[in-house]
Design a protein around this ligand. Sequence first.
Ligand SMILES: Cc1cc2nc3c(=O)[nH]c(=O)nc-3n(C[C@H](O)[C@H](O)[C@H](O)COP(=O)(O)O)c2cc1C
Length: 209
Amino acid sequence: MNLIDDLNWRYATKAYSTQKVSEEKINFILEAINLSASSTGLQPYRIFLIENKEIQAKLGANSFNKQIATSSHLLVFAAYNKVTTDHVRSLISLAAQKQGVSVSELEGLFNMIDSYFKTQTEEWQKSWAERQTYIALGTALIAAANARVDATPMEGFDYQIVDEVLGLNEKDLHSIVILSLGYRDEANDYLSSKPKIRIPISEMVTKIH
Ligand SMILES: Cc1cc2nc3c(=O)[nH]c(=O)nc-3n(C[C@H](O)[C@H](O)[C@H](O)COP(=O)(O)O)c2cc1C
């Protein structure tokens, strides 16, 4: 199946059936997310996988998005509130381990990344972490489509409730976006048979030769 077919197949699903997504497909989507690019490779976000109708109902309180309570699984994407020296240290120690070198050999890299973030405000760091999180969301959308799992990216939820239910403040995280996963209920989803609405590529792209 080619990628354009996958992307044409997917849409922001409004109504889900009761069919569950298999663990294998969920793991495939999580693996794809983990392979997302992020600036400096820091992956400044964490993903919460929820498969519990009671918790889903709590997370969907105050939201017009019924998908939060009714889908098979939820992925809550949460970004770090700031970038700390500990985050950079963890990255360098992982890089040393993966590359089979000592941490001291990567000291130059550590200093470069750490000092880069230290020159930025906490507000900038928070916004930077959020931008990286959306890249992970994009990867998840593509992976779900490739696995023929329906998905809905959602910003329409009560951030305070979600942060509280998942205890995100204590982890120095905040919720960014929720991705519901499941299978479309074609009979009850007005969008399932609608065409894609996209601007022409010629309008989106300015070609400079
Ligand atoms: C970051 C983000 C937030 C979104 N929030 C919602 C939402 O709260 N509820 C919803 O039904 N759709 C939401 N959408 C879906 C968009 O409306 C949808 O992706 C867009 O209309 C394009 O249509 P398609 O994804 O079906 O091709 C969101 C999409 C993105 C990328």
